[in-house]
Design a protein around this ligand. Sequence first.
Ligand SMILES: Nc1nc2c(c(=O)[nH]1)N[C@H]1C(S)=C(S)[C@@H](COP(=O)(O)OP(=O)(O)OC[C@H]3O[C@@H](n4cnc5c(N)ncnc54)[C@H](O)[C@@H]3O)O[C@H]1N2
Ligand code: MOO
Length: 410
Amino acid sequence: MQPALSLRKAISIMLEHANPIHRVHYTHLFDLTGKILAQDLFCQKALPAFDNSGMDGYAVRLADLGQKTPILGTILAGESCSVGLHDGACYKVMTGAPIPLGTQAVIPFENATLKDDSTVLLPTDFKEGANIKIAGEELQVGAPLLQKGERLTHHHVALLASQGYSVLPTYAPLRIGVYSSGNELIEPWESAQSHQIYNSNASMLFSTLQNFGWRADYLGVLPDCLEGMREAIRGFDAYDVILTTGGVSQGEADFMERSLEEAGMTTLFHGIEVKPGRPTMMGILGKTTLLCLPGNPLSASINLHFLGIPMLKKMQGERRYHLEFVYAPNKERLILKGNRANMVLGRLHEGCFKATQEGKYGSGMLTPLTTSNAIIFCDKGVENLEEGALIKVIPYMTSFGEEAVDFFNI
Ligand SMILES: Nc1nc2c(c(=O)[nH]1)N[C@H]1C(S)=C(S)[C@@H](COP(=O)(O)OP(=O)(O)OC[C@H]3O[C@@H](n4cnc5c(N)ncnc54)[C@H](O)[C@@H]3O)O[C@H]1N2
Ligand code: MOO
C-alpha cells in the first residue's frame, strides 16, 4: 500500500482523473429527466412568444379609463391578432390571447361594468402595462437557455418543451461494473452457513447508483486468489468504471492491488488518512477507472457516496459534481480522534446536526447508515466540535455545485 494521502488530496486526485466520457445519445423529451445535456442550448422561441394578456378582460387605452367604451371584438387564445387599438375603443381578450397593438393595459372583467353587449364602463384608475405579458420579457431569442452538463429535471424538461425541442443530445450513461470480493460472501438469494455472511455491499452499491440515476452491471464476487482475479480483470475493459468492495487492506487474501497492478493498473492512490475508508484505492487500467472501496459496509457506503458519486458525476459529463453543504448548529459536543480526517454520520433534524451514537459506531456496521441522513467531514487535527458550534453538514442526498467549496470543518 502507498503512504496514506490526506482526504483533501485524495478528492483532488480523484477529480483530476475523473475524465468525462463523451458518448452522446439522442433522447426524447419524455425520457430526459435525470439525463445529462450534451450541448449548450439557446432560446429559440421568445418567452413569452408574443405580447399577450395575463387575464380574461378588456384590452384598453388609458385615455378611456372612467369612460363607457365600445367593445370592437373578442380575441381568444390561439387566434392571431392583426388589429390595432386606438383611443375610444377596447377589445375583449382572454388569458394568453395576443393583444391588439397599442394596448396599454388589460382590465379584468370583474373590474369593469358591462353596460350592454358592446359597451363597457371602465374603472377610473389602472396602471399602465397591467396584465400585459410582453414578448421576450422572460427570455429573448438567442439568450442562453441551458448549459452542457446540466442534469435535467422536470423543470428543465418543461423549459425545453416551451422551445419546441423534442429530441436532444445527452451523454450516454456510464458503463459501470460492480464487483464484491471475499470468500465469506453469499448472495442474499442463496443460503448462508454459519461462517458465511450475506453480501450487502453489492446491493448497497447498486441501489446507491440507482438513486443517482445509474444502472450498473453486477458482476459477482471476485475470488480471493490471484488466478481468479486475473480472469476477472480481463473483462474490466468493457466498462468505463469498475467499483469493487473488499480486499484492499493488508489481509493475506487481499489481492486487489497486486493483481490489478500486474495487469497494468496505474494506482492513483491507495490509502487515505480518513476514518472510515482508510484502504480506499483508485486507479486507471486502460480506459477503465477503478474505485476500490473497503469491504466494511459502512466504510464502503460512505466512501461511495462522498468520493465515488462526485467521481461518477464528473465522468458522466455533469457540470455540478462538487458536494454542497448547509450550515447547522451542532446539537451535542462531539469528541474525535484527530489523527486522521473523520467522516461522521448524523441526523439533520429541526435545523441541527446530531452525530449518530456520538460518533461511536464501527466501520462494519449497517444500522448507523439507516438511522442517519447526513454526514460531516472533519479535517485531520479536529478533536472537538462544541455543542452549538455552527458546522458544515452534507445531507445524504446533497445537491452538487459547479464550484468546489470547502466543506471541511476546520
Ligand atoms: N492489518 C490491517 N488490517 C486492516 C486494515 C489495515 O490498515 N491494516 N484496515 C482495516 C480497515 S480500516 C478496513 S475498512 C478493512 C477493509 O478491508 P478490506 O477492504 O480488505 O475488506 P475485507 O477484508 O474484504 O472485508 C472487511 C470486512 O467487511 C466484510 N465485507 C466485505 N465485503 C462485504 C460485502 N460485500 N458485504 C458485506 N460485508 C462485507 C468482511 O466480511 C469483513 O468483515 O480492513 C481493516 N483491516
Ligand atoms: O477505514 Mo476502515 O474503513 O475504518 O473501517
